[in-house]
Ligand binder design. Structure first.
Ligand code: SAM
Length: 280
């Protein structure tokens, strides 16, 4: 079924009484090249988030062993059973991905593919990474600006807490851009496909929770120096905050956007060490 062809897609959606919901981030692909390119390397077990009418699912099912597609919009279930009728290796789960137990989907590891609904891109990506589920890699289409943020380096204007946090779990790469004209309805922004390949954490820290608190607080107030942000989060005096940075060889006035994950790990460990030295 040519699911990206408007002459097929529109009548199919109409037949099932479907109309697009902006709130659910529904922008379906209408250029056959794009889902084919996203699914190019799919193999083994695949989780798809938000199959929509099934154009990417179709390409994934043609290549992978088993596909589980999680779709929150119940109105699409009858569409999907028609569009994917020829496949016996696909199951569609009517659920919200953020409430789905990722350990229950497959025996063994899996990869994730999606043209992600833009309203929950970062929560979904963090949910996947933080779950500890055996995910090999995540290939997803996101808003172009989000792709820039996820793949930024320290010092780039797009570098932020989410960039550093993702770096703890995965290596990121931008694969290709997709302009807004490739979707129905046409969104206001362009998109890009990125791949996150899971890695073992590149830093080891005394407390993972403290590391993520340091990262988050470093970007809490972008115009403030790191010391001022840390002071607030960890109830440090200015002198204590500056002493930590000086001991580690950072300037007292350094800002969060200049520091790498390894730098944050050193700061987090120093804060932990001080906690351990405090009288009970
Ligand atoms: N994969 C299709 C395509 O590329 O044409 C549709 C992509 S569309 C951008 C996003 C899809 O995610 C929609 O089908 C939407 O209903 C679904 N969705 C939105 N929120 C979701 C959630 N929390 N869990 C699962 N699916 C969701």
């Amino acid at each position: 079924m040519a699911l990206t062809d408007l002459n097929t897609l529109r009548p199919l959606l109409e037949k099932h009484g479907f109309s697009f919901s902006k709130g659910l981030g529904q922008n379906f692909l209408i250029n056959a090249v794009v889902p084919r390119k996203i699914a190019e390397n799919a193999k083994g077990n695949v989780l798809e988030i938000g199959p929509g009418a099934g154009c990417l699912t179709y390409e994934l099912a043609s290549r992978a062993e088993k596909v589980v597609a999680v779709e929150v919009d119940g109105r699409l279930l009858s569409v999907l059973s028609e569009s994917l009728a020829e496949f016996s290796n696909v199951s569609v789960l009517h659920a919200d991905i953020l409430k789905t137990d990722l350990f229950s989907l497959f025996d063994g590891d899996f990869s994730v593919y999606a043209n992600l609904p833009y309203y929950i891109t970062t929560p979904v990506v963090m949910y996947l990474l933080e779950s500890g589920a055996p995910i090999r890699e995540i290939t997803v289409m996101v808003q172009k600006e989000v792709a820039d943020r996820f793949t930024a380096e320290p010092g780039d204007s797009d570098y932020g807490a989410v960039t550093a946090s993702i770096g703890y779990y995965a290596k990121t790469e931008k694969l290709f851009s997709v302009s807004s004209g490739n979707f129905l309805p046409r969104p206001k922004v362009d998109s890009a496909v990125i791949r996150l390949t899971k890695i073992s954490p590149p830093v080891s820290v005394r407390s993972r929770e403290t590391l993520f608190r340091v990262i988050k607080s470093a970007f809490a107030m972008r115009r403030k120096t790191l010391v001022n942000n840390l002071k607030q989060e960890f109830y440090l005096s200015k002198d204590e905050g500056e002493a930590i940075l000086e001991k580690l060889g950072f300037e007292k006035t350094v800002r969060g956007e200049r520091l790498s994950l390894a730098d944050y790990a050193k700061i987090a460990d120093e804060i932990e060490k001080r906690k351990e030295c405090e009288p009970a």
